[in-house]
Write a protein that binds this ligand. Sequence first.
Ligand SMILES: Cc1cc2nc3c(=O)[nH]c(=O)nc-3n(C[C@H](O)[C@H](O)[C@H](O)COP(=O)(O)O)c2cc1C
Length: 318
Amino acid sequence: MADRSFNNRVTALLGTDYPIIQGGMVYNSGAKLAAAVANAGGLGLIGAGSMRPDLFCDQIRKARTLTDRPFGVNIPLLFSHSAECVEIALAEGVKIFFTSAGSPKKVAAPLKDAGCTLVHVVASPVLARKCQDAGCDAVVCEGFEAGGHNGREEITTMVLVPECVEAVDIPVIAAGGIATGAQMVAALALGAEGVQIGSRFAVSTESSGHAGFKQAVVEADAGATQLVLKSHVPVRLMKNEFRDRIMEMERSGMRTEDLVAVLGEGRARAGMLEGDLEEGELEIGQVSGLINDIRPVGELMTRLLDEYQATMDRLSGN
Ligand SMILES: Cc1cc2nc3c(=O)[nH]c(=O)nc-3n(C[C@H](O)[C@H](O)[C@H](O)COP(=O)(O)O)c2cc1C
């Protein structure tokens, strides 16, 4: 791995070599992916969002056998098992919690009392400020480009990151549309002190996503994704029959309950874990147009850091 110094508030907070975090991702981010990122010097997160509590517990234990580097968990707070998952992770000795989709207020006290690091994902500067007030140690500011569930405000990473840097004193971690070293340079230039990467790591050898899903992302062109369900649960999806149908239902003014019923039929699992490319939900970011291969995490991290250095050299005229 490239020998570069990245000592800043994010590496100090997380105990990593690089300020690079692999975002929690339903059906993609189990122990194997989190440990691979940790072993490569970043922070890997086990995503609780698609796991029942017993599986989540097994994955934390499995990650311990695969790495002795720090790793953390991502727990979407609106998910039905979230309280149980927080308890399990605490009991298993996890020290780094990334939360999303909900208010970090309800978990801040128990996590801080247990000496844990708490980072919450937001899509607006107002929410970043609320995280700081709630006692979060850092915020992930996730722009409109990002894969998965998304803010309604449609603020892009390019605008959101400097707005959040201005709004808070805690470190800002940029997310959404980052898959290359040049994009990482851009995020840090905007004032972020770290990057959270989702889509690029979903399309890695160690991701638990279905091989067909990963290949579909590799073949996707720029513009293959779109934010749907904006009035209900905004989510960025890759184009397929399911997405077209959801967009049509939305256009025809379908009620939330009916839309939720269609979405609740295990579509995300079918698409990303089981490889149903037409009738499944394929969550991926705009950056899919820049993802052209499925490679091991170690190789992706080396490439990212090499590109980062090449970009820095280019900008400084070397
Ligand atoms: C397949 C997929 C599933 C995701 N699931 C979650 C999740 O369970 N919890 C969460 O906080 N974010 C989730 N995200 C968002 C990522 O953690 C990350 O912030 C985002 O992917 C960054 O943008 P990028 O995709 O452009 O790299 C997901 C993203 C993807 C692509």
